[in-house]
Design a protein. Structure first.
Ligand code: SIN
Ligand code: FE2
Length: 207
């Protein structure tokens, strides 16, 4: 398992094909109950190119009026988020060893042209807990920067089934997705294929 930087671990192929297919079924059920929505940027109200939903007690949302935050309910349906599938809780325990469960799993759905600009995950109160990300579907070029936006970033490919942990000194590194590479895909497993090219799940502890 390559350690990209202190506390930043890449686990290529962490989920095998059967585990990816099972997780895709779980996520399709989440999306059926908690439909994908388009978040908008604080202040400008510009729509993000990635569509989102969440599972777990809390979900990450953003809009022009109130900005980035966690909410216990879906912004459109007003319903509580669906529970986190057991496979995600198991992956959290196995890869982070963190004693408390994750409270939020953000589900990002990318089409071929979607991007995620360089950002820090810093809307959480608990920075002692790692971040765990799992990817399904098309490869992407992922940027991992430093503690400051201007720091030099490394590029790596995240493929279907890969896990990434950002912990300790890497917990607040800047990161982003600057290209989806569908020509190298791994199509998304069937129950998700109609939604887009790539799905990323980010598990976080919030409080
Ligand atoms: C994110 O940082 O929210 C998503 C990262 C990814 O899609 O790999
Ligand atoms: Fe992030």
């Amino acid at each position: 398992m390559p350690e990209l930087a202190p506390g930043a671990f890449h686990y290529p192929g962490f989920l095998d094909e059967a585990a990816q297919a099972a997780l895709a079924h779980d996520i399709a059920e989440v999306v059926a109950a908690a439909p994908l929505y388009v978040s908008t940027m604080p202040k400008t109200g510009a729509p993000m190119s990635v569509r989102m939903t969440n599972c777990g007690p809390l979900g990450w949302v953003s809009d022009k009026e109130k900005g980035y935050r966690y909410e216990a309910r879906h912004p459109a349906t007003g319903a509580p988020w669906p529970p986190m599938p057991q496979a995600l809780l198991d992956a959290w325990t196995q890869l982070t060893g963190y004693p408390k469960s994750p409270e939020a799993c953000l589900i990002n759905v990318y089409d071929e042209n979607a991007r995620m600009g360089l950002h820090q995950d810093r809307d959480e109160a608990d920075f002692a807990a790692p971040i765990l990300s799992l990817s399904l579907g098309a490869d992407c070029r992922f940027k991992l920067g430093g503690a400051r936006r201007a720091d030099k970033a490394i590029s790596l490919i995240l493929s279907s089934g890969d896990a990434l942990v950002l912990s300790g000194p890497s917990r607040r590194r800047f990161h982003g997705v600057d290209k989806i590479m569908p020509w190298l895909a791994q199509p998304l497993p069937t129950p998700l294929a109609a939604l887009g090219a790539r799905v990323n799940l980010t598990l976080r502890r919030v409080n």
